[in-house]
Design a protein around this ligand. Structure first.
Ligand code: SF4
Length: 336
């Protein structure tokens, strides 16, 4: 079943990785939380490359590790969490061992974050324009004036003089985007930036972000759980389950022919006119990070599971050009 949103997105041919320049390279990254009840492997040996100027969507249920992954890129993991191994390089510069001052310098100028709660990320006692001015001044100034930034995100000149509490949810999120792009960062991390907004405003904000990404030629890593939104926004998507990437590929290919059973269920769970109001969920509960199932972590919920799935974990393998999946169905001799 392909929804209207999906059909729309599948009409264009997405660029392949051939000849594209890598901006962010994550290798074997692992973030663990050491608790009294045991170690929760929130991000478990993730490998991922993002290209310059692409829109990448990271999708998964709550607790799949997608937000933890992007927080680790800015050294924002708080104890008892910590990066236990692996690397993340932005233009070949290691991010995982930066100190507080280095991260502060990197913020906005190289990497910007658009958070979930726009309200919480703004100073409540400073006018919007002053906040943008200050953020740019702290980093030696930006390429755009405050007025230009306002215009770029679709806010009126008068908004500069308002305080955050005077803005609607959509306006606050636009102000956050203005701050994020104020120093023309190479990488924009967006953590469910529209989750608190109604669906019409959500689509408008995502369109603004898409236009800005094109204009600035930045790479956007969008984290979310809404597959429909991802289909409209992203060029490539990565699906996370239980702290691991289970499928990565071009959005058109993944929506037309998902390889991993979890991806297929996520796509099928998108409501459409065809389902006439029926909600199709994914059976079972999200896995416990403290006590993960043996073998393939998805096996207790998988409609395609085989005996071997409980015995050994699959690994992420290329199963078609620019399309990887982690499932024993695609490992030679495993589905016989
Ligand atoms: Fe399902 Fe087995 Fe593939 Fe895991 S390895 S997703 S249980 S078929």
């Amino acid at each position: 079943m392909i929804t209207a949103a999906t059909s729309q997105s599948t009409s264009s041919i997405q660029p392949s990785s051939a000849g594209r320049e890598v901006l962010l390279e994550i290798r074997g990254l692992a973030v663990h939380f050491e608790t009294r009840r045991g170690v929760a492997k929130a991000v478990n040996d993730v490998d991922l490359s993002l290209y310059k100027g692409e829109r990448f969507g990271l999708v998964g249920e709550s607790g799949s590790g997608k937000s933890t992954l992007i927080l680790s890129l800015l050294n924002m993991i708080k104890p008892p969490g910590r990066i236990v191994h692996g690397s993340a390089k932005l233009n070949r510069r290691e991010l995982t061992n930066l100190d507080g001052e280095e991260v502060r310098q990197l913020r906005l100028s190289e990497i910007a974050m658009i958070p979930q709660g726009a309200m919480n990320s703004m100073n409540p006692v400073m006018r919007i324009g002053d906040q943008l001015e200050l953020a740019m001044a702290e980093h030696g100034g930006g390429e755009h004036s405050v007025r230009e930034l306002m215009e770029m995100v679709g806010l009126s000149e008068a908004t500069e003089r308002l305080y955050p509490h005077e803005l609607s949810g959509g306006m606050k999120q636009r102000a956050c985007i203005a701050q994020a792009i104020s120093l023309s960062p190479k990488l924009i991390l967006a953590d469910e930036p529209t989750s608190a907004l109604d669906v019409v405003v959500q689509r408008q904000i995502m369109q603004t972000l898409k236009n800005l990404q094109n204009r600035l030629h930045a790479t956007v890593l969008l984290v979310g759980h809404d597959m429909g939104l991802m289909a409209q926004f992203a060029e490539r998507v990565g699906i996370m389950y239980g702290g691991e990437l289970v499928e990565v590929g071009e959005v058109d290919k993944i929506f037309v022919e998902p390889k991993h059973p979890y991806t297929r269920l996520l796509i099928d769970s998108i409501s459409s006119f065809e389902t006439k109001g029926d909600f199709r969920g994914i059976p079972g509960n999200a896995m416990s990070l403290l006590n993960p199932p043996s073998g393939c972590h998805f096996h207790p919920r998988c409609p395609n599971k085989m005996d071997k799935c409980q015995e050994r974990p699959p690994t992420l393998k290329e199963i078609a050009p620019d399309h990887t999946a982690s499932c024993l169905l695609y490992e030679e001799g495993e589905n016989s």
